[in-house]
Design a protein around this ligand. Structure first.
Ligand SMILES: Cc1ncc(COP(=O)(O)O)c(C=O)c1O
Length: 400
């Protein structure tokens, strides 16, 4: 009998986290590698947030907190929803977790029975299908075509709904494409949900603050308040406040669901670190001005990367509305041969070639459920991005 549970056979390790490990290993071996695989801002956590953590330590905030998070943090989250999204939540409708990832994990563990279906638009964040599978649900994929900005339409959503559908997952702006839904696009999707009252909505808003050129972010509940009794709105500190390592994410939803998620959390992580929770309050209640500067820097990087990719043989790349990713097509490289005589059959071969030939680490579209593409995270120094794009240009020019 194997020591490994059969449920593990349904899932695989996160390909993006694995790539980060591989890049670190190659660098340790002395190879000149540019890693553009990690979904992590290169900015440092702002000082006032760090100071709040230091004060929390000095003041002895080092004990267990309530399972769903401290009352002060949950109140700060309610204030954030009111201020930024015009949504009314009470602290008992909030759960704070070890990152947004755990919000999804808790929600699925608390709500999915075997064979319940979860609709996931492709390309998707790598963890969604595996978290559904771990909770014994069934992911149902809906193809977000490139010509529609990698977004799905209301007709596609309607067609994917069955009596077994429990959740519809929406992530806007999106990891991996950076695509974001407009007000009207969201309205057409929420209209479908209104017509299907058994379907719940999980809106992953983690890239809310990273949008460009006056694009206006909306969370679906703002557009359709009638969905409030069957929506879980996810957000967190990792991306907007450059706090990936602090592990703070949160979900807001109906009391019945949050209570069930609290049970899951009480038997797993208990809560995220008390120090991180104090820092998270400072992030939400403190100055927000630095965000505009970060977004401006991200935008310059996005524009640089897109312009260089679109001058690359065999590559084409649309301009996304938000997040810090681009999702270029490598269709023009498929079928070609590398200088070492390897035939590039798919995007997985293509990204291995970039790593071997030029030391650029990016993630194949297959990991996100849509090929032939690859994802570049441009949350890196501008000079490094320029160097990486020159390397990609060189690698593509060498294909025959
Ligand atoms: C779409 C999306 N949702 C959720 C998360 C979870 O982030 P964290 O667990 O760091 O809050 C990520 C991280 O990459 C993401 O890209």
């Amino acid at each position: 009998m194997s020591i490994i549970a059969s449920r593990l056979s349904r899932i695989k390790p996160s390909p993006t986290n694995s790539l980060t490990g591989q890049v670190a290993e190659l660098k340790a071996q002395g190879r000149d590698i540019i890693g553009l695989g990690a979904g992590e801002p290169d900015f440092d956590t702002p000082d006032h947030i760090k100071q709040a953590a230091i004060t929390a330590l000095q003041e002895g905030e080092t004990k267990y907190t309530p399972i769903p998070g401290t009352m002060a943090l949950r109140q700060a989250i309610c204030d954030k929803f009111k201020r930024e999204n015009k949504l009314d939540f009470t602290p008992d409708q909030i759960q704070v977790c070890c990152g947004g990832k755990q919000v999804i994990f808790n929600a699925f563990m608390a709500s999915l029975d075997p064979d319940d279906e979860v609709i996931i638009p492709t390309p998707y964040w790598v963890s969604y299908p595996d978290m559904v599978a771990l909770a014994e649900g069934t992911p149902v994929f809906v193809n977000g075509a490139e010509r529609n900005g990698f977004k799905i339409t209301s007709d596609q959503l309607e067609a994917a709904i069955t009596p077994k559908t429990k959740w519809f997952m929406l992530n806007s702006p999106s990891n991996p494409t950076g695509g974001a839904y407009t007000h009207d696009e969201l309205k057409s999707l929420t209209d479908v949900l209104l017509r299907n009252p058994h379907v719940w909505l999980l809106s992953d808003d983690i890239y809310e603050h990273i949008v460009y050129n006056d694009f206006k972010f909306f969370t679906p509940l703002q557009i359709e308040p009638l969905l409030k009794d069957r929506s879980l709105t996810l957000n967190g500190h990792s991306k907007g406040y450059a706090m990936t390592g602090w592990r703070v994410g949160y979900g807001a939803g109906p009391l019945e669901l949050i209570k069930a998620m609290n049970v899951v959390q009480s038997q797993s992580t208990t809560h995220t670190s008390s120090i991180s929770q104090s820092a998270a309050i400072a992030a939400l209640n403190g100055p927000q001005e630095f965000l505009a500067d970060w977004v401006e820097t991200f935008k310059e990087r996005r524009d640089l990367v897109i312009s260089m990719l679109n001058q690359t043989t065999g590559i084409s790349c649309r301009t996304p509305e938000g997040a810090f990713y681009v999702y270029p097509s490598c269709a023009g490289a498929i079928g070609k041969t590398t200088p070492n005589g390897m035939k590039i059959k798919d995007d997985t071969d293509f990204v291995s070639y970039l790593l071997d030939a030029e030391g650029v680490a990016v993630v194949q579209g297959a990991a996100f459920g849509l090929s032939p593409y690859f994802r570049i995270s441009y949350a890196e120094a501008t000079e490094l991005l320029r160097d990486a794009c020159e390397r990609i240009q060189r690698a593509c020019a060498a294909l025959t």
